[in-house]
Design a protein around this ligand. Sequence first.
Ligand code: NAP
Length: 259
Amino acid sequence: MDLGIKGKTALVCAASKGLGRGCAFSLAREGVDVVITARTPGPLEETAEQIRKETGVKVTAVACDITTEEGRNLALAACPNPDILVNNAGGPPPGDFRDWDRDDWIKAVDANMLTPIFLIKATVDGMIERKFGRVVNITSGAVKSPIEILGLSNGARAGLTGFIAGLSRKTVRHNVTINNLLPGPFDTDRLHANMKVKADQAGISVAEMTAKRAAENPSGRFGTAEEFGDMCAFICSDQAGFMTGQNFLMDGGAYPGTL
Ligand code: NAP
């Protein structure tokens, strides 16, 4: 299927590794030029070069912290008029809400709620003028089914989800859609870091914990960044203009509800 987005430009945030990288790759395979960001220049350049080599599209790497105003300005200077915006950043740390002070909450809200909102604010009017725009926010399965120790994430991402639910109905008339993609367990560095913490707590090896967690999922495995990226590319396709304000859960069937 030709997704009809060849020649478009995408800003893909937090994309040197994991889910963001998967999205950048899948969009590039569709012929989309990508501007990718991450804080650490080495792995970012490596990913940029891999995408260039495999797909031949134009890839620009911007090393910056996307959760800061300075970082967002750098990313937007490299990509002032994206047709596609993939919002992503690291998730907040786990813990007990009794230990979190105002600064912890502000950091989480800055990273996982306000950063995507400010990037949308900076780019959505151009999309509306050009009559094409696709925004995908990488949030979390925790929006639908909160994870107790991830209270900062549950809270900040739910705030973003509420905001998007309203805005997305205003932009779709202009062929600008805004949707959220909710990962369950995906095989990325972040997941492996979490497995190490859980394995240490349970007193078993990381390999044992990883196998146990994968087996517990109805699919018997973790998702891959490629699957996630391809879903993102479809949401960004020309064909997907009638879908907006949705929360697409990709979790191998872990969420047990009927709807
Ligand atoms: P990952 O494998 O650790 O990759 C994170 C990527 O984001 C890296 O490229 C990292 O590069 C970049 N990054 C992190 N903070 C950044 C910042 N402030 N500015 C710019 N780039 C930044 O993580 P992932 O698994 O892909 O997770 C992506 C998002 O999905 C996170 O918010 C995570 O909480 C959420 N999520 C993931 C899962 C899962 O199973 N993997 C499940 C639910 C939710 P640098 O460190 O160099 O900046």
